[in-house]
Design a protein around this ligand. Structure first.
Ligand SMILES: [Zn+2]
Length: 65
């Protein structure tokens, strides 16, 4: 009897498009949230509001792993 709970989703990595381990709800709001992708190692700072993900700070093109 819990079919009406707020849906959740994993944020997708802006670099490789795969799921990160960060779980959000559709009414989640994040500001300057450090997002890390465990799949490709990409890290950036994002904002999440009203279901939309925005990249606030992205590392420059020269990536070091
Ligand atoms: Zn990734």
């Amino acid at each position: 009897m819990r079919n009406d709970q707020t849906p959740t989703q994993f944020l997708l990595c802006p670099r490789c498009g795969r799921k990160t381990r960060t779980l959000v709800r559709e009414d989640t709001e994040l500001t300057r949230f450090p997002l890390f992708c465990p799949k490709c190692g990409y890290a950036c700072v994002v904002a999440f509001r009203q279901g939309n993900l925005e990249i606030t700070e992205a590392p420059d093109a020269s990536e070091n792993f």
